[in-house]
Design a protein around this ligand. Structure first.
Ligand SMILES: Cc1cc2nc3c(=O)[nH]c(=O)nc-3n(C[C@H](O)[C@H](O)[C@H](O)COP(=O)(O)O)c2cc1C
Length: 214
């Protein structure tokens, strides 16, 4: 009897744990590389989604894969979808806050690596639309690849900001093409971001980008 009770308890605890825990590495589907809205039409219609009426639909894993690849994916041998100076590997990381947890996008194998378990979306900003977004992308500098090439701290900072601008603009256009609403925001709970993502002191969370399916 005692043995049977222990078995039931053990199985229930194990089952609950394995259902609630997010996977530590998630392989993403191949990104969409054809179709969508013609590029000039996306430029003509690009706009930030209103923070007061932010689209609340859930974005599919297929579209998340396409968005991340557009922002910082490999599109040739040793080159990426946005220009990185001197073809240095990406020096801005994208973290993805989703219902299941918070992940870092690994462009190397087009996968998501778990950083924190659970739904933490509402904690990243005091702005209401961020809490209701399907996914939040958080842009954080990662200057190691630049440092390895030499140069000065001023030059590394400038390059990370240029890259963040290119990445977020590309995201705006691809989001528009996929009928996804997007909004750039500098406002964020920086200390919470630093703690949760375990950001090195000499790196910087630059902005967040909220996304929701229209
Ligand atoms: C550098 C920058 C910082 C921004 N910060 C915020 C922000 O903290 N919160 C917010 O709701 N929108 C923010 N936005 C969105 C802008 O308010 C929005 O892009 C601007 O009103 C122009 O509208 P459009 O993107 O539709 O052209 C930011 C945009 C940029 C470029």
């Amino acid at each position: 009897m005692k043995h049977a009770l222990f078995t039931v308890l053990f199985v229930s605890v194990f089952t609950v744990t394995s259902v609630s825990a997010a996977e530590s590495s998630v392989a993403l589907p191949a990104p969409q590389k054809t179709g969508g809205k013609p590029m000039l039409e996306a430029v003509a219609s690009r706009a930030s989604a209103s923070g007061l009426d932010f689209p609340s639909g859930t974005i599919s894993q297929q579209d998340i894969a396409t968005l991340l690849w557009s922002a910082t994916g490999k599109n040739r041998a040793s080159k990426w979808t946005i220009p990185f100076g001197l073809s240095v590997e990406p020096y801005v990381d994208i973290y993805v806050a989703a219902k299941e947890g918070v992940y870092r996008y690994a462009w190397q194998d087009h996968s998501l690596k778990l950083v924190a378990d659970g739904d933490l979306r509402k904690n990243f900003s005091s702005q209401g639309f961020v809490a209701t977004a399907s996914h939040i992308f958080i842009f954080v500098t990662n200057k190691t690849p630049l440092r390895n090439k030499g140069g000065s701290p001023q030059h590394w900072v400038k390059w990370t900001y240029v890259a963040t601008g290119a990445m977020t603009e590309q995201l705006y256009l691809v989001a528009d093409s996929l009928r996804i609403g997007a909004r750039y925001a500098e406002t964020m709970e920086t200390n919470y971001v630093r703690q949760t993502l375990n950001i090195a002191t000499d790196e910087e969370p630059v902005c967040i980008f909220a996304l929701g399916k229209r």
